[in-house]
Design a protein around this ligand. Structure first.
Ligand code: SAM
Length: 277
């Protein structure tokens, strides 16, 4: 087998620190009936420990060389299955429901270059999961738990906080990986809420509103949303702001989840003032 040099383009920084690996598995709190989905198993260091705890580990890996390596490594391990695929293209409902009707736990040291896209994919398919335990670049982790008004608060914070209770577990230093990355990493636990944290009204309007509001961070809400940005004329927009009681001179990054939901409903022409005089 060819030498397994790490591919930077695939975010390959392999975890080699046994202490960190076992802390991840402990934080995941897996019981023996659980089904675990791992994204990017790499050389299988985490996979091996997960397989000792879980009923089944399904691991999706893009790199052919690693898939071949893992095939040999787990030849004798009945509860590990490796799928060669790009997680961003994988039909998650299909592969998960074909194997178990229950909810899955995700445990992954994500490739950092695609972590936002993977998070959006998990959110779209959230009904298949109970909990996610993810290793992310520390800066991304900080964005996810940032409150409104904070520099790090953004689109990803709004959506993740809408669907999950997110708790920081611990920081992992670069020396725990090979090759050694330039950045610190953070382990976060995402517990799926039984229902979204707030009722957003029309989900697709909410999505467009949040995206447009953060489109140009230095601009006010009014400047981000005027001129038909949401398919809503300026007169109606002004009316919606008045109905919501939200000041159009504020910036998107200051709005809480509740306020985004209130503004969505006001834009849809429904709900009336909850804030202001
Ligand atoms: N889990 C291993 C560990 O902790 O040592 C490896 C983690 S490494 C940060 C990320 C892994 O994701 C690599 O094995 C890489 O090949 C894989 N990967 C990158 N892009 C992927 C994609 N689109 N779909 C599936 N796996 C991917």
């Amino acid at each position: 087998m060819e030498k397994l040099y790490a591919k930077k383009s695939l975010g390959q920084n392999f975890l080699v620190d046994g202490n960190v690996l076992s802390r991840i598995v402990t934080a995941a709190g897996i019981d023996q009936e659980e089904m675990v989905l791992e994204i990017g198993p790499g050389k299988g260091a985490l996979t091996e420990l997960l397989a000792k705890k879980a009923r089944q580990v399904l691991a999706v890996e893009l790199d052919n060389r690693l898939v071949e390596y893992l095939g040999h490594k787990f030849l004798q391990t009945d509860n590990v299955e490796i799928i060669r695929d790009d997680i961003l293209r994988t039909d998650l409902p299909q592969i998960l429901s074909a194997r178990s009707a229950g909810r899955w736990k995700v445990v992954a040291n994500l490739p950092y270059n695609i972590s936002s896209q993977v998070l959006f994919k998990f959110m779209e398919n959230r009904e298949y999961f109970s909990e996610l335990l993810l290793m992310l670049q520390k800066e991304v982790g900080e964005r996810l738990i940032a409150p409104p008004g904070c520099k790090q608060y953004g689109i990803l914070s709004v959506f993740c906080q809408l669907y999950f209770d997110i708790s920081k577990q611990f920081i992992v230093k670069p020396g725990s990986f090979r090759p050694i990355p330039k950045v610190d990493s953070m382990i976060l636990k995402f517990c799926l809420l039984p229902t979204p944290r707030v009722d957003v009204g029309d989900p697709s309007l909410f999505r467009s509103l949040v995206k447009s509001s953060f489109g140009q961070r230095r601009k006010t809400l009014w400047n981000c949303l005027k001129g038909d940005a949401l398919g809503i004329g300026d007169k109606e927009l002004e009316l919606a702001f008045r109905r919501s009681g939200i000041d159009p001179g504020r910036r998107g990054e200051t709005l809480s989840l509740d306020e985004f939901a209130i503004l969505t409903k006001a834009l849809a022409g429904g709900e009336t003032v909850l804030f202001g005089p």
